[in-house]
Design a protein around this ligand. Structure first.
Ligand code: HAM
Length: 420
């Protein structure tokens, strides 16, 4: 038997209603803020991510699914959505006005060690906003994130953490200071971080392996921002306060992707274990120019759908139930006629489930009960000859015989819907 690949899973019909619920809520809220959907390919050129996300990141160094196609092109499954959005923005930017607001939802692929809340194929919902430079855009995006988290009932379980990562001007001298400090404690760092010291020292700050006491004395980017970055961050805090959006400053949050400038944020939840970020994002003002476009400031975020669903109440997005279960008891003629009746009812917008072949009255009624449909419609030989159907309200158990010509009207009335 061939099984699913490690770190990858099906979303069975019992669960998919919850996924649709989450997607539908997100779409509704994105529309409120003027975002439109961008659908990008699941695979891209490898360089798109090595350049955008950064050569020295875990994603590019060891997590991408890279392959060569039959034409010899080096491609990879997308590990995230921002690089593709930037590529798409640049490819078509001559034709559009700013701001450009897009959202996406779909699978991403990273060869990570699978654990609770971490998969090799996972799903993100994200937004990217191109154009606005000021901190008001950052605040609006955080408002959107919190609104969506509240709309799926997990607002109270989540804390918004923010930080500034500075810009190339102030980050270079800060990086030097940080490296000097970390060098003095090098031998106490984990093996991974000792390697990171040269290539990506900022990542040491949010390494889960390190002793918090060791990190307590490190210099913070926040204290080394240039005037422009400091005023942007101050502006953001003022806007967040004005909008009464709750947040926590986290000077150790650095993000695992290299493209961030200035604002970085994460929404973290208790109760999820080590993989506690349900949403994450930030500003990437330099990326469009770096990727060959006309310099354009931008900001975005992405949420991990699996993690949101772990926090969402079980009752949200329960699978849809049919309006009625059609029970056909008799020979082939009865069954064929029952299918015709079902089609007529569906024509009126009524959702009909049926057994399709075999099974006595008792067993089919059991199926009707299990389907949780509020009504059962029974067609037997008697009903067929008399031109009627028996309609049973499952909860009360009350039954009535309804003439075939009046069946759809009566069913709609019992369902509390209007005709037409
Ligand atoms: P990221 O932090 O790599 O950022 O991922 C964003 C979110 O995706 C995480 O907070 C988490 O909820 C989810 N996630 C990431 N990896 C996994 C995994 N292996 N299994 C399950 N969930 C996962 C980005 O991807 C950026 N593109 C976000 C962004 C958009 N920044 C600006 N615009």
């Amino acid at each position: 038997m061939i099984q699913t690949v490690r770190g990858v899973r099906d979303i069975p019909p019992e669960e998919s209603g919850r996924w649709s619920f989450l997607e539908e809520r997100a779409r509704r809220i994105f529309a409120q803020y003027g975002y439109r959907e961008l659908r990008t390919p699941l695979f891209e050129r490898v360089e798109l991510f090595s350049r955008a996300v950064g050569e020295a990141t875990d994603i590019v160094e060891k997590e991408m699914y890279v392959f060569e196609d039959r034409g010899g092109e080096r491609l990879c499954l997308r590990p995230e959505g921002t690089a593709s959005a930037v590529r798409s923005f640049i490819e078509t930017s001559r034709h559009r006005s700013l701001p450009w607001r897009v959202f996406y939802m779909g699978p991403m692929f990273r060869y990570e060690r699978p654990q609770k809340g971490r998969y090799r194929q996972f799903h993100q919902i994200g937004c990217e906003l191109f154009g606005p430079e000021g901190p008001l855009a950052d605040a609006e995006m955080m408002a959107l994130v919190l609104r969506l988290l509240r709309a799926i009932g997990i607002g109270a379980a989540v804390t918004l953490e923010i930080n500034s990562l500075g810009c190339p001007v102030c980050r270079a001298p800060y990086r030097e200071k940080l490296v000097n400090h970390l060098e003095s404690v090098r031998s106490r760092l984990c093996g991974n971080c000792q390697n990171r010291l040269e290539r990506n020292p900022l990542r040491v700050l949010d390494c889960k392996e390190e002793d918090p006491a060791l990190l307590a004395g490190v210099p913070h980017m926040r204290d080394h921002l240039c005037a422009g970055c400091e005023s942007h961050f101050q502006g953001l805090l003022t806007h967040l306060d004005r909008l009464a959006l709750p947040y926590r400053l986290n000077p150790l949050m650095v993000r695992g992707l290299d493209y961030y400038h200035r604002t970085a944020f994460e929404a973290v939840a208790g109760g999820l274990g080590a993989q506690n970020a349900v949403a994450a994002g930030g500003r990437y003002d330099g990326l469009v120019a770096e990727m060959g476009g006309v310099s354009t400031p931008a900001i975005g975020f992405a949420m991990g759908m699996e993690r949101l669903l772990m926090l969402m109440d079980e009752s949200l997005g329960a699978p849809e139930v049919a309006d009625l279960y059609l029970v056909a008891v008799g020979d082939g003629v009865v069954e064929a006629e029952a299918v015709r009746i079902a089609e007529g009812l569906r024509e009126k917008g009524i959702a009909v489930e049926m057994h399709l072949g075999g099974g006595g009255m008792k067993s089919q009624m059991k199926h009707a009960g299990r389907s949780r449909a509020p009504l059962a419609v029974i067609i037997g030989q008697d009903e067929l000859t008399e031109g009627v159907a028996t309609v049973k309200a499952m909860e009360s158990g009350s039954q009535e015989r309804v003439a075939r010509g009046e069946l759809d009207g009566r069913i709609l009335a019992l369902l509390g819907r209007s005709i037409g």
